[in-house]
Design a binder for this molecule. Structure first.
Ligand SMILES: Cc1cc2nc3c(=O)[nH]c(=O)nc-3n(C[C@H](O)[C@H](O)[C@H](O)COP(=O)(O)OP(=O)(O)OC[C@H]3O[C@@H](n4cnc5c(N)ncnc54)[C@H](O)[C@@H]3O)c2cc1C
Length: 522
């Protein structure tokens, strides 16, 4: 039965693509179908942090925080192009309120009832000390205290903030993380099908028969696999009930989070961790050189998973929240872009959306010795690689899963040292001295050493083909179509890159037209 896959994965978000890559490196025959674009759902709508999750310490989710903190540096080393260390400034003010329903809050309200949801500075410092030490840092610098009256991080902030704590986490380009996992999977032999929906799956003896549909042409395809992995993210429960149709009492809790992107609010490369008067937190992060990313909200989502957008109420809330910290106001028309996604959290019955666990849950269904189905609930971008290892530990009784191998193994383009970013940039400048500095930085961050392959042999600008605007040339577009499954201008402008922030509507239309024409000719 040589058309039999060992594993078929439904869903091309970070969890599906991470599992596909891991499987391919274990010499398993693996396929993956994604009904839209890779990272088309939650995995391009995150805050884009490899982080332990400072606020989860308040929920005493120590294991989750430790696991994620240790993972930050493992991931950073494997992808120093799309991920980089970031310092976070946490301005301290005695009036800041923390979440009221956390185990730490409840404990404190007993021993220090007069604090009423506030935290003394020493307690915040203690939390950061834990954060510093739980995860065995080697690369990332430790927490320090800042005097905001002299440190440049204090300059844009309201004068009432005089002290801050500065700690480390990492940034990651989330949608590129997904596509690079898919690329590595494909280079190791995986089948990756985009715009292909799984419309049904049935157990037949010891394997699954999986029905797929090309959503652009309506063409039907069939695949057979020993194991089926449901990494449908917000659709995970829907797939269990309506596509695979197995009995399960497990459910997903959809929690919407929105972000706004505004014109740059400050002039340095550190981010802010802001504590509100309502107990929530908000990040203000330097974004794409000229912008600031602000987020996120946390609301139960009742609508279909695919219909999600940042409401005016959410945008106003985030503007007000952040403006309260800064000297300058944020006007409605300072917002240049908004995005929104739903967290597919495991439904653990928590009271509020904010309190629902962020850890992942993997549930294996073998229907009494038949072909296995593995359902993936929850998880974070930060823990995708560990989640995949845990998936293969679960499947070890069903498949020859071999050894874990992904820790520290570079993703495509990431084969250079974490401190080699400047050296790589110089190599790119040498290879293409005609490119402007912003484009060089963008190519280096998006593609790492693969930027040199994209530019290979170009000695003058014209060698890169048509220029579509904002430093995007035909040569890069061909790369994205041929090697990164880009089909539409939106795939290019909002997921393979964030050039959508710079391109005009006419330029986007021209890209779309060019891509359609090229696809028709292939
Ligand atoms: C607002 C917000 C902020 C976040 N910030 C962070 C952060 O800073 N750091 C962090 O570590 N984590 C963060 N997360 C969490 C993280 O983004 C998610 O846990 C993760 O992206 C989930 O990935 P996934 O692969 O499970 O789901 P998804 O990315 O949603 O992928 C599931 C895919 O399955 C596809 N699919 C569904 N049904 C079918 C079908 N029948 N056939 C084919 N394909 C199908 C969908 O199209 C989708 O692309 C954040 C989440 C949100 C919402």
């Amino acid at each position: 039965m040589d058309d039999l896959f060992d594993l078929y994965v439904i869903g091309g978000g970070i969890n599906g693509c991470g599992i596909a890559r891991d499987a391919a490196g274990r010499d398993l025959r693996v396929g993956l179908c994604e009904m839209g674009d890779l990272a088309g759902a939650t995995s391009s709508a995150s805050t884009k942090l490899f982080h332990g999750g400072l606020r989860y310490l308040e929920y005493l989710e120590i294991n989750l925080v430790r696991k994620a903190l240790v993972e930050r540096e493992t991931l950073l080393t494997a992808m120093p192009h799309i991920s980089w260390p970031m310092r976070f400034v946490l301005p301290f003010h005695p009036e800041m309120r923390f979440e009221g329903e956390t185990p730490v809050s409840r404990m404190l309200s007993k021993v220090m009832p007069w604090m009423k949801g506030r935290r003394p500075a020493w307690l915040v410092r203690l939390g950061l000390l834990m954060y510093d030490n739980l995860g065995g840092r080697k690369i990332l610098p430790a927490t320090k205290t800042l005097d905001l009256t002299t440190d440049p991080a204090g300059a844009p902030l309201d004068d009432r903030f005089e002290t801050a704590f500065e700690y480390s986490d990492c940034w990651v380009e989330d949608s590129r993380l997904v596509v690079l996992n898919a690329r590595d999977a494909a280079e190791r032999g995986a089948e990756i099908l985009v715009r292909t929906k799984c419309v049904g799956a049935e157990r037949t003896g010891d394997h699954w028969v999986i029905e797929l549909e090309d959503v652009e042409t309506g063409e039907k395809l069939t695949r057979r696999a020993r194991c089926l992995v449901n990494a449908g993210g917000p659709w995970v429960e829907n797939i269990v009930r309506n596509t695979v149709r197995v009995n399960s009492s497990e459910g997903v809790r959809l929690v919407r989070g929105s972000h706004i992107v505004v014109k740059r609010l400050f002039d340095h490369d550190r981010a802010y961790f802001l504590q509100g008067t309502d107990g929530r937190i908000m990040f203000a992060i330097p974004y794409q050189e000229d912008f600031t990313l602000i987020g996120t909200t946390d609301k139960d989502h009742d609508g279909p998973p695919g219909e999600v957008h940042c409401t005016k109420e959410e945008a106003d809330y985030m503007r007000r929240f952040v403006a309260d910290y800064f000297k300058t106001d944020i006007a409605e028309d300072d917002i240049v872009w908004t995005y929104s996604g739903v967290r597919p959290l495991y439904d653990d019955g928590a009271k509020s959306a904010t309190a629902a666990t962020r850890d992942y849950v993997l549930s294996l269904d073998t229907a009494g010795g038949q072909a296995p189905l593995l359902n993936v609930f929850g998880g974070k971008i930060t823990t995708y690689r560990k989640l995949s290892e845990a998936a293969f530990a679960k499947l070890a009784t069903e498949l020859e899963t071999g050894e874990d191998w992904t820790a520290g193994v570079a993703l495509p383009g990431g084969d250079f040292p974490v401190d080699g970013v400047d050296a790589l940039r110089e190599r790119i400048v040498e290879a293409a001295p005609f490119l402007d500095a912003k484009t060089v930085r963008r190519l280096q961050r998006a593609y790492g050493t693969d930027a040199l392959r994209i530019l290979d042999g170009a000695t003058v600008e014209g060698d890169l083909g048509r220029h579509f605007g904002a430093g995007l040339y035909e040569r890069e577009l061909v790369w994205l179509m041929d090697r990164e499954w880009a089909r539409t201008a939106a795939d290019v402008a909002w997921r393979r890159s964030k050039l959508g922030l710079r391109l005009t509507k006419e330029e986007v239309d021209a890209i779309d037209h060019w891509m359609r024409k090229r696809r028709a000719q292939l």
